[in-house]
Ligand binder design. Sequence first.
Ligand code: FRU
Length: 494
Amino acid sequence: MKKPLSWLSGLLIFLVFACSEKPDTQETSSSEFDEPFRPQFHFSPPSNWMNDPNGMVYWEGEYHLFYQYHPDGNTWGPMHWGHAISEDLVHWEHQPIALFPDEHGTIFSGSAVADIKNTSGLGTEENPPLVAIFTYHDAEGEKAGRDDFQTQGIAFSTDKGRTWTKYEGNPVLTSPGIKDFRDPKVAWIDGQWIMSLAVKDRISFYSSPNLLDWTHESDFAPEWAAYGGVWECPDLFPLKTPDGEEKWILFVSINPGGPQGGSATQYFIGDFDGKKFTTETKEVMWLDWGADNYAGVTWSNVPESDGRRLFIGWMSNWQYAEVVPTENWRSAMTIPRSLELFKDGEFYALASKPVKELNKLRSASKNISGSEADLTHELLELEFAVTGEDFRIEFQNEENERLILEKSGEYIVLDRGLSGITDFKADFANTQTAPVGNIQAKNLRLFIDRSSIEVFINDGELALTALIFPNSHYNKIQIQGLGNGKVHHLKGIW
Ligand code: FRU
């Protein structure tokens, strides 16, 4: 009797596993997430409008991603914090809305921290709270012509981020009469909390022992920085150089005034002494040279044993974000990236590397040699060795639409003028140009989803992220000036 039963249960277990495993060639799963242009391996909201990533924190084996969310429409509106959780930065589980507007206003961008010592008293030392710090935007106050309608509030969770309670004493920081007073990014630095806050055309730093009481410490606004638009979404964090020297990085997103027009993120490298940031950077540096990587910041509380500084950005641009040709949902995040310092000539610069967890999306892989290849799949990662001075790749589809990536002399150029649907906004059909500077291009890595391309030269020493809306997926490439390549078919995450 024993034998046949265990044989049968063995077969059953095998069948259950075989059926629950995604076949390797399957690129999409849930039909809900299968609309035209719906990203298949990038994070996007279940429906309606999303902008900035918010409150990214790692806690007890889970990466939390909150985001600016308008649940009642597919354009920007009264902001909430949407929420998703991942164990691997690649597959996401949508969660209920975490933060709703209240009597102080709607919920703009901000950050979240693990208050491990329970400095706020909002949890216990045995069960420390996660604390979200965000901007309240009081639209009524704005309409009434006030100049103090943006304030900072906090909320906490003691159940692994599943439910959130607003702090009774909100707001915890009010504006000194400056309209743009927002996007707090908080970190535990040398025994105190430091908040970096975007204040119109500068970054203000505040300190606190407990996340509740804040003291202004200093402002940062070098004369030569990019000021084409209002400063938003700062982030301050340390990184080690390859020689082990510690540097501090400050991100400042600006809109407009980016290198391709509209939104972009500039960064500074320097030192933070606990009160004040000073920079050794001498010219404007852009984190990503493409048109579509904005308001990105990094995860807090990533374990030291991991050691990475993990980043995600909003893959859009305020120039056209509200009119891109999608209906049920609008916007996606970039692929997650790990940030690293590298020597760029005399100075340091930041590389953005696709996180290694993305490798698990690869299904079939094929070599590419010669000057032409057919692409049978729509979700792709491509890798090439750069052998010559210049190169050119042209993606083509059955509709005669074309996307062209070139290195021509001193520049990397991405031309999406004929890449697909572009007529929803005049600014969209552009040619995006990035100076190569001191970088010797040795390899090229591309990620192509249903409505985006992400370009990484030399493991992210130069990154360029752009939206595209081809009417059918590119099924052919023509290649010049590149050595052997590889194409990986990627699986969808939904
Ligand atoms: C950046 C931003 C932030 C603000 C949020 C509002 O894209 O303008 O400064 O907090 O979006 O949704």
